[in-house]
Design a protein around this ligand. Sequence first.
Ligand code: NAG
Ligand code: NAG
Ligand code: NAG
Ligand code: NAG
Ligand code: NAG
Ligand code: NAG
Ligand code: NAG
Ligand code: NAG
Ligand code: NAG
Ligand code: NAG
Ligand code: NAG
Ligand code: NAG
Length: 810
Amino acid sequence: MGSKNSGAWSFTLPSFLLCLSLCTTHLCLGSDTISANQSLSGNQTLISSGGNFKLGFFTPGNSPYSYLGIWFNKISVRTVVWVANRDNPVIDRYSTELKISGGNLVMVNDSRVPVWSTNLSTSSSGSSSPVAVLGDDGNFTLKDGLNSSATLWQSFNHPTDTWLPGAKIGIYKRKNTSQLLTSWKNAEDPSTGLFSLEPQPSIEYFIRWNRSFHYWTTGQWDRKNRGFANVPEMRPNHICNFIYVDNENESYFTYLRKNDSNTQLRLVMDLSGQVQMLSWLPSQQWNMFWSQPTRKCQVHNFCGPFTVCSENTDNFCSCLRGFSITSERDWNLSDMSSGCKRNSNLSCALSTSNGEKDRFLLHSNMKLPTDSQSLPVRNSKECRLSCLNNCSCTAYAFENNACSIWLGGLFNVQQLAQGDTTASSFYLRLAASNFEDLSKKTVAGSVSAALAILAILLFGIWRWRRRATVTLKSVEGSLIAFAYGDLLIATKNFSEKLGEGGFGSVFKGTLPDSSQIAVKKLESISQGEKQFRTEVSTIGIIQHVNLVRLRGFCSQGDKRLLVYDFMPNGSLDYYLFHRKDSKTLDWKTRYQIALGTARGLAYLHDKCRDCIIHCDIKPENILLDAEFCPKVADFGLAKLVGRDFSRVLTTMRGTRGYLAPEWISGVAITAKADVYSYGMMLFEFVSGRRNSELSENGAIKFFPTLAARKISEGADLLDLLDPNLETNAASEELTRICRVACWCVQDEETHRPSMGQVVHILERVLDVNLPRIPRALQLLLDNQEHVVFFTESSSSNQSSQTKSNTSTAS
Ligand SMILES: *[C@@H]1O[C@H](CO)[C@@H](O)[C@H](O)[C@H]1NC(C)=O
Ligand SMILES: *[C@@H]1O[C@H](CO)[C@@H](O)[C@H](O)[C@H]1NC(C)=O
Ligand SMILES: *[C@@H]1O[C@H](CO)[C@@H](O)[C@H](O)[C@H]1NC(C)=O
Ligand SMILES: *[C@@H]1O[C@H](CO)[C@@H](O)[C@H](O)[C@H]1NC(C)=O
Ligand SMILES: *[C@@H]1O[C@H](CO)[C@@H](O)[C@H](O)[C@H]1NC(C)=O
Ligand SMILES: *[C@@H]1O[C@H](CO)[C@@H](O)[C@H](O)[C@H]1NC(C)=O
Ligand SMILES: *[C@@H]1O[C@H](CO)[C@@H](O)[C@H](O)[C@H]1NC(C)=O
Ligand SMILES: *[C@@H]1O[C@H](CO)[C@@H](O)[C@H](O)[C@H]1NC(C)=O
Ligand SMILES: *[C@@H]1O[C@H](CO)[C@@H](O)[C@H](O)[C@H]1NC(C)=O
Ligand SMILES: *[C@@H]1O[C@H](CO)[C@@H](O)[C@H](O)[C@H]1NC(C)=O
Ligand SMILES: *[C@@H]1O[C@H](CO)[C@@H](O)[C@H](O)[C@H]1NC(C)=O
Ligand SMILES: *[C@@H]1O[C@H](CO)[C@@H](O)[C@H](O)[C@H]1NC(C)=O
């Protein structure tokens, strides 16, 4: 909001002198108090005693209006946290006065008409000498005399869009009213906007659109775990504490900054429809470290009517075809609520005046608009006719033998990623003239176009016949179904082996279009063809820059193969451990690989429709593309291999060092098992050698144990660093990575961060505390004998991480 710095609060010399001369009736510079006979006007301001906040008139951006507000005083970007007269702006701040009158704080314009008032009934404020004080927490209060403890009115009880630390947002049980945050209308207009955060009697918070429809909830407060069901990250964290208070008069939440942190915090109901929490960084900018709903397109009506929301474009919103932006000015100010309008009016089916019927344009790969009506018609044609015959029908869809139509505005349409199985198609009604416009652009001179198309077709057939070494039997979603013979040719009879993993061997191949592929021959697959195809197509949907892309598969007879993009730089273990002939990965690259890998895993855990646990995180499964961007490989295979998976896993070589203790104890495996393996791998990023490696002088030492002790002691960590880096690492990043690693390998799953949190920490969005030494690692410290189980030379299947003798392998 109001990020434009208009500098409206700086005093010029003449006004300073003017102010001094009027000190008795007007304010003195730098005061935090307005007393009975004083007033505030024009460029005058109050500054809180500690200098944190300022109160005065401000003009947001290019707005012609002025408002009375409070903003951060020590922050270079003017950030307004409270507005008095949000829905009642004034034109001229010099003719407007804020003063105490009749026991109330009142703002009057030059015709002495009140623009805003604290509206206290006179009986409750029969105070002789009330004063208004701006507190250093941003609370502007009206008190019964300077030394009085009675607060007659406070701005914290009347928030606009911002919830400051110490303020409360809750319900007054006696009056049955509540405090709520309401977004600004747009970036330059603080008037009441469409989105609000509202406390509910059921001890949860809703985000509502237009004070009615709620599209997000925190879920109920869990008193025992002190967290909301849907916002586990709101549990006491490194930055602040949320506190719930419930008594006979009110129930509310408040939050406090952690004592050791003096960063400025704010929680805002943003005009994007998301609640956001931000902190002020030393680099002089606001850093949003938390927001809900996490994706903008999840916000109800975010883009307004007749628009498409897409997470993959910079500005999220665009118009449906045949429509254009209703108000470019509003859109420029981040208010898309007016959406888009038709380029040409509908003629409506029955009006034969111009003889033109409306037509329909297909929109595919979409999340359908909300608020459809279903019609009991049998086929697509009838569905289309029903829509055409209703003048207010704007779109229809016919899927799975069901007809849906939409009347009036179309809302919440989303463009989905290619291959998303939830995607649907609908037909948008447009004026016939609109179609002419659309087609004119594409086909200029239909004859030449037809000829061109024919030529292209012929050329295509010729090319296809010439190079038809690969016959694409069928295409499922975006996946290609390869014939076995084609893969034999592509891999030259599986001659170039790239490696061998738990699921089978991988071979390099080249497709006729000369793109390179990696072909994985799966072993011990017991699934039938149909089930295999289903599983593979679910893996095919999962696409992220930090995940290796599945291009296709082959399922022929008992042969099961997967075809992936080829990664020219191979796997990470080579660069970390076998670098005799390769260059050492510099620190920056290592950090980026750690972050990218965390992003890929966070995507697998949280963003896919079903949480996917990788189960085998290790450097061998982190592949590097030509730019050394990391791509996690081998995900989603656990289901394919089915019950044999545990066997595959435990017989895999070199994997034991990465296994979380819960694998051995036999409890259900969650995503936190991947977090553990990831943490173990981070230690290897730092040391540049296998955790299980023997040290040079022959003494056995398990690096993570050594590291965990140093980290928990807060010691200098440069000693831990890969000697090949010659201490060339940013020490802040080194500390961050080491602490994260140590948190990831905690014994208790609940003590380990989620991959999403790891991403935030590595992105420096969250801070990370000193971890303690995990018990299993501490055990190793106390009892050196156990260490032997982690070395390569051990052939035992037992693990040192628990003292039980349970052996998971047969
Ligand atoms: C008030 O502040 C504005 C913006 O900084 C400035 O242009 C104007 O001259 C000031 N007015 C007075 C009377 O100082
Ligand atoms: C305010 O002004 C009135 C009359 O103008 C005067 O009687 C009163 O003492 C003043 N109060 C203060 C606190 O200055
Ligand atoms: C003062 O406010 C009243 C009521 O809103 C309005 O009618 C009047 O025009 C305002 N005067 C000025 C100078 O803005
Ligand atoms: C104060 O009361 C008046 C009249 O009831 C109302 O119009 C106005 O909105 C109220 N102002 C505030 C800040 O509540
Ligand atoms: C308020 O308290 C301060 C010291 O605590 C004292 O000096 C001052 O006279 C008091 N003012 C009033 C109006 O009681
Ligand atoms: C607001 O400030 C006043 C005066 O400093 C204080 O008495 C009151 O408790 C504060 N309100 C909240 C919610 O902290
Ligand atoms: C409180 O107000 C809400 C609507 O604002 C109403 O639904 C509810 O019944 C009221 N509760 C009580 C106890 O009056
Ligand atoms: C919000 O709701 C009110 C009725 O409560 C309605 O009049 C208004 O049109 C709605 N606003 C929008 C943008 O739909
Ligand atoms: C509730 O309100 C009553 C009346 O205002 C007051 O006497 C009582 O102390 C309040 N209770 C709490 C817990 O604040
Ligand atoms: C902050 O420190 C003060 C005393 O130094 C203590 O009373 C208070 O409880 C602490 N607050 C938090 C949130 O730790
Ligand atoms: C909106 O912003 C664009 C790009 O910044 C600009 O070209 C256009 O003139 C703006 N339109 C309006 C109405 O402000
Ligand atoms: C569409 O119809 C409205 C009135 O129904 C009219 O004001 C508007 O100009 C028409 N628009 C076009 C592009 O013809």
